[in-house]
Design a protein around this ligand. Structure first.
Ligand SMILES: [Zn+2]
Length: 134
C-alpha cells in the first residue's frame, strides 16, 4: 500500500468547512419531540365536553430502541432543552450527508488515478498443485 501514498489527498476547502461545522456540534439526541393534549377520561371533566377542553400540553420524547418505541415524559423546560439537542442531531446528519457525498466523489477520482484491475480473471491452474505453506 505504501507505494500509493504519493497520491495527493488534500481535502478541499469546502470539505474542511464541513469538518469544522461538525466540530461545532455539541450534545445531540435522536428521536422526536411531541407536544400533546389529551383527555383524562374522568366523567364530567371539561376534556369530555363538546367541544372538549383537553389537558396539556404534555411533552414527550419518543425514540426507537431496538425496534421498540420508547416514550419519556418531559416538563416544558426539559422539552425546550431537548429541542436544541434534537436540532443539533439533525444538523449533524446534514453535515455528514454532505461529507459523505463529497467523499464518495473525491475518493472515486482518487481510485481512478490508479490502475484498474485487469479484466482477465486469474486462471485456476494451481488446482491439485498448491504451493506448500511456509
Ligand atoms: Zn379531563
Amino acid at each position: 500500500m505504501s507505494r500509493y501514498i504519493s497520491i495527493k489527498t488534500d481535502l478541499p476547502q469546502n470539505y474542511q468547512q464541513l469538518q469544522r461545522a461538525l466540530g461545532r456540534v455539541g450534545y445531540f439526541r435522536r428521536g422526536t419531540l411531541l407536544k400533546r393534549f389529551m383527555p383524562c377520561g374522568k366523567p364530567g371533566c371539561a376534556c369530555q365536553a363538546s367541544p372538549p377542553r383537553l389537558h396539556g400540553p404534555y411533552y414527550q420524547w419518543t425514540r426507537k430502541v431496538e425496534g421498540k418505541t420508547v416514550t419519556v415524559r418531559l416538563t416544558r423546560e426539559q422539552a425546550d432543552l431537548l429541542a436544541v439537542w434534537i436540532d443539533a442531531g439533525r444538523e449533524m446528519d446534514r453535515i455528514i450527508a454532505q461529507m459523505e457525498q463529497m467523499s464518495l466523489r473525491a475518493t472515486d477520482r482518487l481510485l481512478k488515478r490508479l490502475p484498474s484491475p485487469t479484466r482477465k480473471t486469474p486462471t485456476t491452474r494451481t488446482r491439485g498443485k498448491r504451493a506448500s505453506p511456509g
